[in-house]
Design a protein around this ligand. Structure first.
Ligand code: NAD
Ligand code: TYD
Length: 366
C-alpha cells in the first residue's frame, strides 16, 4: 500500500518509534501490525496469546522484517507483560487483544471478563509502572491507545448516531466487558495521568477475519453451497468500516490524537444485515455463477434471532474527521467486493481454520 503524503510527513517525525501491539495476530490487530511495520516502518512488538482467533499466518507477510517481533503471551500474565515493557521499551501501546465475538460472549462470558477487563487492567498497570520509569523528557510522548467498540453505547432506534458523548449502555456480555475496560482506561488517565486515548469503532470487515463474524460466515457458506444464516428478520443495522481504514484511523489517532480524549471511528456505511447478505450474493453471482440460473440468494435462510440483539449501530466520526483529518478511503461496495475476492484468492487461509473450527451456530444462550 502506498503511504499517503500526510503519513510520510509524520513518519519522518516518528522514525524509530516502537509500538507494542496487543492482539496483533487477530483480524484488526494483524491489519494494524501490517500497516505500522510494513507501510509505516515502525518497530512493532506483537503480543498475542494465540487463542482460537489468533493466527500468525495473518502477519506472515511481515514476520521476517527486522522491525517486527512476536511475543507469545497472555495479557493477564503480569510478569510476562512487565518483562516485555522493560525488554522492548515501547514508545506507545495499541491495545487490541480481546475476546471479540458477541455470540461467544452469550454462551460463555467468563473469558470476556478475564481478557477484556482483567487483561486490560493488567496492561494498564504494567504500562503505568513502565511509564513512571521513563525519563521525564520522554514521558509526555508515550501513548496508550485503547481500541474499543461502538457497542458500548448500546443500541439505537431508527434515528440518531453515537457520538463521543453518548451514554454507555452495553447490552451484550461482550459490550459490557469492553465498556468496563474503557472505564479503566479512562480512570488511568484521570487518576495517574497515563496518556491514554480511547477509540470506539463500528463493525469492521475485510481480509483475515475469522469466519465466525457475519461477512466471512456468509461468504464461506455461499462458496460451500450451504444456507446463509440470517438472524431474525435481517433488518438489524450495522455501520461497516474496512479494516485497513480502521488501521489508518488508529495511525491518525496515535500520531495526532490528544491524551484523555475519545475518538469514534465509523464507516458511514449503514446497511441492514439482509442488504449486506444480498450484496455478497450479487458479487458472487457475477464472480463465480452457480449455474442453471441459480443465485446465491436462494441460500438465504432466516434463523432464530440472537438474544438481546442490538437493533442498530451508527457512528458519527465528525470529531475524528474535523479535528484529526481522517476519512474512510473506500465505499462499502468497493471494500466488500475486494474482500470477497480476497477470500476467493486465499482459500488456504480459511481452509486451514476450518480444520479446527466447527462453524456451528453460537449465541443462543443455551
Ligand atoms: P479477534 O478476535 O480477531 O482477535 C483478537 C486477538 O487477541 C487474537 O489474536 C487473540 O489471540 C488475541 N487475544 C485474545 N485474548 C488474549 C489474551 N488474553 N492475551 C493476549 N492476546 C489475546 O478480534 P478483532 O475483531 O480483531 O478485534 C480486535 C479489537 O478491536 C478488540 O479489542 C475488539 O473489541 C475491537 N473492535 C472490534 C471490532 C470488529 O468489528 N471486529 C469493531 C470495533 C472494535
Ligand atoms: P457480527 O459479525 O457477529 O458482529 P456484531 O454482533 O459485533 O455486530 O454480526 C453482525 C450482524 O450480523 C449482527 O446483527 C448479527 C448478524 N449475524 C447474522 O445475521 N448471521 C450470522 O451468522 C452472524 C454471525 C451474525
Amino acid at each position: 500500500m502506498a503511504i499517503a503524503l500526510d503519513q510520510r510527513v509524520h513518519l519522518s517525525q516518528s522514525i524509530g518509534m516502537k509500538i507494542l501491539i496487543t492482539g496483533g495476530a487477530g483480524f484488526i490487530g494483524s491489519a494494524v501490525v501490517r500497516h505500522f511495520s510494513r507501510d509505516c516502518g515502525f518497530g512493532v512488538i506483537n503480543l498475542d496469546k494465540l487463542t482460537y482467533a489468533g493466527n500468525l499466518s495473518s502477519v506472515g507477510s511481515v514476520s521476517n522484517l527486522p522491525n517486527y517481533i512476536f511475543e507469545h503471551h497472555d495479557i493477564c500474565d503480569k510478569a510476562a507483560v512487565d518483562r516485555i515493557f522493560r525488554a522492548h521499551t515501547p514508545d506507545a501501546v495499541i491495545h487490541l487483544a480481546a475476546e471479540s465475538h458477541v455470540d461467544r460472549s452469550i454462551d460463555g462470558p467468563a473469558p470476556f471478563l478475564e481478557t477484556n477487563v482483567k487483561g486490560t487492567f493488567t496492561l494498564l498497570e504494567c504500562a503505568r509502572s513502565y511509564w513512571y520509569s521513563l525519563p521525564v523528557s520522554t514521558r509526555d510522548k508515550f501513548r496508550f491507545l485503547h481500541v474499543s467498540t461502538d457497542e458500548v453505547y448500546g443500541a439505537l432506534g431508527a434515528e440518531g448516531q453515537f457520538t463521543e458523548n453518548s451514554q454507555y449502555r452495553p447490552n451484550s456480555p461482550y459490550a459490557a466487558s469492553k465498556a468496563a475496560a474503557d472505564h479503566f482506561a479512562r480512570a488511568w488517565y484521570h487518576t495517574y495521568e497515563l496518556p491514554v486515548i480511547v477509540t470506539n469503532c463500528s463493525n469492521n470487515y475485510g481480509p483475515f477475519q475469522f469466519p465466525e463474524k457475519m461477512i466471512p460466515t456468509m461468504i464461506l457458506a455461499a462458496l460451500e453451497g450451504q444456507q446463509l444464516p440470517v438472524y431474525g428478520d435481517g433488518k438489524n443495522i450495522r455501520d461497516w468500516l474496512h479494516v485497513q481504514d480502521h488501521a489508518a484511523a488508529l495511525y491518525c489517532v496515535l500520531t495526532k490524537g490528544v491524551p484523555g480524549e475519545v475518538y469514534n471511528i465509523g464507516g458511514e456505511a449503514e446497511r441492514q444485515n439482509i442488504e449486506v447478505v444480498e450484496s455478497i450474493c450479487e458479487v458472487l453471482d457475477s464472480l463465480i455463477p452457480r449455474g442453471s440460473f441459480a443465485s446465491y440468494r436462494d441460500l438465504i435462510h432466516f434463523v432464530p434471532d440472537r438474544p438481546g440483539h442490538d437493533y442498530r449501530y451508527s457512528v458519527s466520526c465528525d470529531k475524528l474527521k474535523n479535528e484529526l483529518g481522517w476519512t474512510p478511503s473506500r465505499s462499502f461496495e468497493e471494500g466488500l467486493s475486494q474482500t470477497i475476492s480476497w477470500y476467493l484468492e486465499n482459500r488456504h487461509w480459511w481452509q486451514s481454520i476450518q480444520k479446527r473450527y466447527d462453524g456451528r451456530r453460537r449465541g443462543l444462550g443455551q
